[in-house]
Unconditional design. Structure first.
Length: 198
C-alpha cells in the first residue's frame, strides 16, 4: 500500500509502507528537513560499518543545517528522487536516483546510490528501495539506470543482478584504503526502455 501526502499545500511527498517478515512496518518516503539529524546519524553509522562506500568513517561532516538544505534541494529537484527507509521511527537506509545530466543527449540516463545500516541487511530493504528507484526511472522515461559497486561486494552485486543489472566494465583501483590496498569497482547498467546493446 502507498499514499501521497501534501506538504505546504503544493509539493507532494511520496510515502510507501511495507510489512517485513518480523511484522515490522517499513516506511519508505521522501525525507523532510526535520529528518536531517537522523540522516546524519545513519550515514555516519554506515560509513563506519563497511569498506564498500565512498567515504572513510570520519568524512561525513554535514551540519544539521547543511543536511536540511540538501534535503530541501533534493525535494525541489524534479530530476532527483531521494528516499529514506524508516523502522520504528529510526532512519536505517537511504537511496537516491537522478538524471546524470540535464543536457538532451544524457536525459535517457540516470545513476543511483544506496546505503543500508548493517543491522538491517538481508531483510529485503535494499531491494525494495532499489525497486522504488527503478519505478521512478520508468515514470521519468529513463532508458538506462547505472551504478558503481565495489567488485568484492558480492552481496550487493548479487542483488543488483537479481534486478536485471549487468556488469559492463571494471574500474581498476577505483578506491584506495588507508592501509594502502585497493578495490576495483564494477560499472553496472539496467536497461529499462531501450533495446539492450549487442
Amino acid at each position: 500500500m502507498g499514499n501521497h501526502q501534501n506538504n505546504e499545500g503544493s509539493k507532494e511527498l511520496y510515502r510507501k509502507e511495507y510489512l517485513l517478515n518480523e511484522d515490522q512496518q517499513l516506511i519508505i518516503r521522501i525525507p523532510e528537513p526535520g529528518d536531517a539529524q537522523g540522516l546524519i546519524n545513519q550515514m555516519q553509522t554506515v560509513d563506519g560499518e563497511t569498506k564498500f562506500l565512498a567515504r572513510e568513517s570520519d568524512e561525513f561532516n554535514f551540519t544539521v543545517e547543511q543536511e536540511r538544505e540538501f534535503i530541501k534541494n533534493c525535494t525541489n529537484d524534479e530530476n532527483i528522487r531521494f528516499l529514506i527507509a524508516e523502522l520504528d521511527g529510526r532512519i536505517i537506509a537511504n537511496c537516491s536516483v537522478g538524471l546524470i545530466q540535464n543536457k538532451k543527449r544524457y536525459l535517457h540516463r540516470a545513476a543511483m546510490g544506496i546505503a543500508v545500516m548493517k543491522d538491517y541487511w538481508n531483510k529485503g530493504i535494499g531491494k525494495k528501495m532499489m525497486q522504488e528507484c527503478i519505478n521512478w526511472c520508468k515514470e521519468k522515461g529513463v532508458e538506462q539506470l547505472e551504478l558503481e559497486v565495489v567488485a568484492q561486494n558480492n552481496r550487493a552485486v548479487s542483488m543488483y543482478k537479481s534486478l536485471g543489472f549487468e556488469i559492463y566494465g571494471t574500474k581498476k583501483h577505483a578506491l584506495k584504503y588507508g592501509d594502502g590496498t585497493y578495490a576495483d569497482e564494477y560499472y553496472m547498467i539496467l536497461f529499462l526502455n531501450s533495446k539492450k546493446p549487442e
